[in-house]
Ligand binder design. Structure first.
Ligand code: ATP
Length: 244
């Protein structure tokens, strides 16, 4: 068995401000007087998970269960409070596309910026530059500042940059918005071609039917803990019982 992703004893704590602070001055005064109060909140607790190469894992759970937090930790966007992660090979996180974009810069400048956020070397981006623009179909808009893009245009550029590597691990979120129907089809075809090459997939969705269509394995999260894990059919049954 070849392991693609290993999550070991991962816990994630967020500090929630328990009172409202209206402005910076008030914040500063409360900070100096040590009157700022936080409530600790554990979004994930001692999560252990081994994903085999080529597996397509669905991540199920109710709102706030910790699904996105887990994906962000695996993608390297968030650092866990405790525990460790290891990912073999290249990872393409298709989450909140364009979160690393800078609105004042043009699309072209953002290709380098966002590429750097995703960890691609500058020469690699230069090599792929034309391909990214071609896939995004932005044409002359590539020299326009991003603040003048529609949300669909931003997603197109984000998708084009994030999928320029041939990934070993693909992270997908169902909330991924990828432009109009025509562009969506093109993205789906690209994702399908990655599936055909045997990419390892992590997929978050509230639609059990969608997860069943794509995934062979699943985990079920509840209040930050894995309460079921295994073959898709078994985890689906438990999820259905929980949500019916
Ligand atoms: N940056 C943050 N600061 C404070 N709390 C956070 C932060 N990010 C997430 N949380 C909290 O962690 C918990 C898990 O959130 P997460 O987004 O991982 O849930 P989810 O399972 O993806 O939910 P959904 O199905 O609603 O998308 C939630 O209670 C959320 O409020």
């Amino acid at each position: 068995m070849k392991v693609a992703v290993e999550v070991k004893n991962v816990s994630m704590r967020f500090n929630l401000a328990s009172q409202k602070v209206d402005n910076l001055k008030e914040y500063f005064i409360k900070f100096v007087k040590r009157q700022l109060k936080y409530t600790e909140f554990w979004a994930l607790r001692d999560v252990n998970l081994t994903i085999e190469k080529g597996d397509r894992l669905g991540i199920l759970g109710l709102n706030g269960a910790g699904k996105s937090t887990l994906l962000k930790i695996i993608a390297g966007v968030l650092k866990p409070t405790e525990g460790s992660i290891s990912v073999k090979g290249k990872i393409a996180p298709l989450l909140e596309l364009g979160a690393g974009f800078e609105p004042e810069y043009t699309g072209a400048e953002n290709i380098y910026l966002y590429g750097a956020v995703l960890g691609y070397p500058r020469e690699f981006i230069s090599e792929k530059y034309d391909e990214i623009i071609a896939f995004s179909e932005l044409g002359k808009f590539i020299d326009v500042p991003l603040k003048n893009y529609s949300s669909g245009m931003k997603s197109r550029l984000g998708f084009a940059i994030a999928t320029i590597v041939e990934p070993d691990v693909l992270i997908l979120d169902e909330v991924l918005a990828v432009g109009d129907a025509k562009f969506k089809k093109k993205c789906e075809a690209k994702i399908q071609s990655m599936f055909d090459k045997g990419v390892t997939v992590l997929f978050v969705s509230h639609s059990l039917a969608q997860v069943q269509k794509i995934c062979n394995k699943a985990i079920l999260l509840e209040k930050g803990e894995i309460i079921a894990s295994g073959e898709i059919a078994d985890v689906s049954r438990i999820y259905e019982e929980k949500t019916s």
